[in-house]
Each structure stands twice: as structure tokens, then as C-alpha cells.
Design a protein around this ligand. Structure first.
Ligand code: CA2
Length: 149
């Protein structure tokens, strides 16, 4: 069975507490449960981790090598700043789908840049928590070798 790491970055532990108009009203625990359940229907083992610390996120990406076949990453605000996370994704060579709850391209200009995108196989943004499920579908396609070129 293929295994997928869902990795959430800074402040995403606060989901459901503020700014529901931007990030939705579900808590992170609810989103993670939906991901595990959708993973089951796709035949994927899903592991969820959240951290507010860049170094912990880096360690999680490094540790994914040999353990997980794919990564779904919402790096939060580190998306727009972290060359280190980009390098980590490149280095482990694990297909990584970048996810954002909000449409980062329709927001402030500093959110338009993503270092993660350079290393990710694709980006999904603007669909709320459904984006994580879309990312699992994309990885499933990738694993079965039928993804478009
Ligand atoms: O849209 C996304 O998923 C983001 O990655 C969320 C980050 C933001 O910095 C990125 O530009 C886009 C922020 C997550 C903060 O989440 C909160 C949720 C509820 C209450 C407070 C913060």
C-alpha cells in the first residue's frame, strides 16, 4: 500500500478558530480525519503531521524518504519564504503536491510567490480543505502511472 504524508505548517493548528471566510470553518483535526478517510477509499495510508517550526517540517520531509511515497504539503507562510523547504523537497525526490486552502494568487502580492512550487509536482489552491482530497487523488494517479505528462 502506498503511503502519503500530509504535512501542515505554521498556524494551521488554528484552523476553525478565526478567519472562516478565508480558511473555512473546519478544524485541522476535522480536515485530517477527512484526509484519512478519503485515503482509505483510494487505498492510501495517510499520516498527518502539523508543526509551527520550520526545522521540524524539514526533519519530517527528510524522514519521509523510504517511508512515504508522496507528500501533501501546506507550508503556510513558509511557502513564501523558505528556500530550505524547497531544497528539502528536491533532495528527497518524493512527489509532493502543494496545497493552500485560500487562493494565494488572488491575495496580497507577497503570497503570490511560492518557493514550494518550484519543487512540487503541482499546486492546488483556493478550494478550501477539498484541496487536500484533490491532492490525494493526484498522487494516486501518479502512483498508478496514468498521470498526464
Ligand atoms: O491558504 C493557505 O492554506 C495558506 O497556506 C495559509 C497560511 C498563509 O500564510 C498562506 O499564505 C496561505 C496561513 C495559515 C493561517 O491559518 C489560520 C487559520 C485560522 C486562524 C488563523 C490562522
Amino acid at each position: 500500500m502506498k503511503s502519503v504524508l500530509i504535512l501542515n505548517g505554521p498556524n494551521l493548528n488554528l484552523l476553525g478558530t478565526r478567519q472562516p471566510e478565508v480558511y473555512g470553518s473546519e478544524t485541522l483535526a476535522m480536515v485530517e480525519e477527512r484526509c484519512r478517510s478519503h485515503g482509505e477509499t483510494l487505498g492510501l495510508a495517510v499520516t498527518c503531521v502539523q508543526s509551527n517550526h520550520e526545522g521540524v517540517l524539514l526533519d519530517q520531509i527528510h524522514a519521509a524518504k523510504g517511508r512515504h511515497h508522496g507528500i501533501v504539503l501546506n507550508a503556510g507562510a513558509y511557502t513564501h519564504t523558505s528556500v530550505a523547504l524547497m531544497d528539502a523537497i528536491y533532495s528527497v525526490e518524493i512527489p509532493t503536491v502543494e496545497v493552500h486552502l485560500s487562493n494565494i494568487h488572488s491575495r496580497e502580492s507577497f503570497r503570490h510567490t511560492s518557493y514550494i512550487s518550484r519543487a512540487a509536482i503541482g499546486q492546488i489552491c483556493g478550494f478550501g480543505s477539498f484541496g487536500y482530497l484533490m491532492a490525494l487523488e493526484a498522487l494516486k494517479q501518479r502512483f498508478s502511472g496514468s498521470e498526464p505528462e
